[in-house]
Design a protein around this ligand. Structure first.
Ligand code: SF4
Length: 468
């Protein structure tokens, strides 16, 4: 059987699918000078294929089927499977309709929207896979015909899965900046050494499809060896929501890479309280180039309200500084607009993000994603009806203290405050502490301008914060 797997390149802005926001995806569109620059950089250097498509390709290929992977064009085959996202679902639906019309072949969807918002896709699909797709796809590969809603239980022993079949992907899709150097873009390969998350953040879609499971270090290292056999300068992106949740396991992976002398560099996402200096040393020796982590908000009470365990700021500062000293890039994630947030609490989070000194920062607006406990709680407040606007950067609900314009302003202000300052450039380039007094004066001037804009905006009648 010829199987077509569609990992479609998102339309409009910088679109990330698959493992991003638990599979709902995000779309970043520049809306100010700074954010347009960020959008361009992300488009150029964060161009990574879908790991779930690579897993499905491996399952079908191992069973002897002919696999075609497409990022754009409709391709003829016996059946097609489309990776679904919330932010680009209209494009995915159009692709499915065109494929069915042209080639009269059945088309199914898998991914977070197929699982949690099937109503977006059901009228355009011959079947929808609900859950992590591998179980259902193994049955398809063995000859089962799929129709309607297909339940796909999570595979409990992830070591039993084949390794993702990157050799079946068209060349030229993958490109990723390494650490601080935009010039050092390499072939990048996502790796899932664990899936889901054992934490309880009520806004997070990573944990709603299946429970947390992890692979053995031996199995992960064997996959990395396979990638290294096919590519001489591979960069790995561990897409686990919490790569170092099990300290011994992540140490086992690093030790395996070092023992076998695998020539990789990699990045991972984790909580900063799951990192310590000894672990960072070991991961760095194995090739750690970048760590990404959620800070979300500064105020511990805000975090506790959404089920997130706060991490002491002293520990965050210590880990970020230690990474900087070792030449490891860091990127903090922040969420603006928690229901208890005010202008001042968001400003405090933004100032904290600057002060923390990470190499990069990513700010988003709180988004209630279907299937999360927060979505249930916030349902009466949701005002946005277009699912594609649940992109992480668009206000989608009525905030008790802030208007949609306030949130948009604060988001733009966060990017401007973080990226539009000389010390950011110095930090990004790894030039160590900056001493030039002229630069310091310029930075102080920019900060004053930022505060003046802020006071002017929130003093204007359109601001809800002004009416409090
Ligand atoms: S720590 Fe919280 S936000 Fe991060 S992946 Fe886990 S549940 Fe989600």
């Amino acid at each position: 059987m010829r199987v077509v797997l569609a990992d479609l390149k998102g339309r409009g802005g910088f679109v990330n699918k698959d493992t991003v926001v638990g599979g709902y995806g995000s779309r970043f569109r520049g809306f100010s000078w700074t954010t347009r620059w960020v959008e361009r950089a992300r488009k150029l250097y964060q161009n990574v294929p879908s790991i779930h498509v690579a897993y499905l390709a491996a399952i079908f290929a191992d069973a002897g089927h002919d696999v075609r992977i497409t990022h754009e064009k409709a391709v003829e085959g016996d059946v097609a499977l489309v990776l679904s996202s919330m932010v680009d679902h209209r494009h995915e639906v159009e692709w499915a309709e065109e494929t069915k019309r042209k080639f009269r072949m059945p088309v199914g969807f898998f991914g977070a929207p197929a699982t949690h918002t099937p109503e977006l896709l059901a009228n355009h699909a011959d079947f929808l896979i609900k859950g992590e797709p591998e179980h259902a796809v193994m049955r398809m590969a063995a000859g089962e015909t799929m129709t309607g809603i297909v339940q796909s239980p999570a595979i409990s022993n992830l070591d039993t899965l084949p390794f993702p079949a990157w050799d079946l992907f068209p060349r030229g899709r993958v490109r990723h900046a390494i650490g601080r150097s935009l010039l050092a873009a390499h072939s990048a390969f996502p790796v899932l050494s664990s899936r889901s998350c054992p934490e309880f953040c009520t806004y997070c879609p990573h944990r709603i499809t299946a429970p947390y499971r992890s692979r053995s270090p031996e199995n992960v290292v064997a996959e990395i060896e396979e990638i290294c056999r096919q590519n001489n300068r591979a960069y790995l992106i561990f897409r686990d929501p919490l790569f170092t949740k099990e300290r011994d396991r992540s140490m086992g992976i690093a030790e395996g890479i070092i023992r076998k002398g695998l020539p990789v560099r990699f990045e991972c996402e984790t909580r900063l309280d799951d990192l310590d200096k000894d672990l960072i040393d070991l991961l760095h020796r194995a090739g750690l180039a970048t760590v990404t982590f959620g800070v979300e908000a500064l105020d511990p009470a805000t975090l506790k309200k959404v089920g997130r365990r706060p991490i002491p700021p002293e520990h965050q500062r210590e880990i970020v500084a230690y990474c900087r000293a070792k030449g490891i890039s860091t990127e903090g994630f922040y969420v603006l607009g928690f229901l208890t947030d005010t202008v001042e609490s968001i400003r405090a989070s933004i100032e904290y993000s600057v002060d923390l000194g990470s190499t990069l920062a990513l700010y988003k607006i709180l988004t209630p994603y279907p299937g999360t406990p927060l979505y249930k709680h916030m349902k009466p407040l949701i005002t946005e009806t277009d699912p594609e606007k649940f992109d992480g950067y668009t206000p989608t609900f009525q905030h008790p203290n802030l208007s949609a314009d306030d949130l948009r302003y604060l988001l733009a202000a966060a990017y401007a405050r973080f990226y539009f300052r000389p010390s950011w450039g110095v930090n990004y380039l790894g030039l160590g502490r900056w001493h030039l007094s002229a630069l310091r004066r310029l930075e102080a001037y920019l900060q004053r301008r930022h505060v003046e804009h802020h006071i002017a905006f929130f003093g204007a009648p359109g601001s809800k914060a002004n009416q409090q």
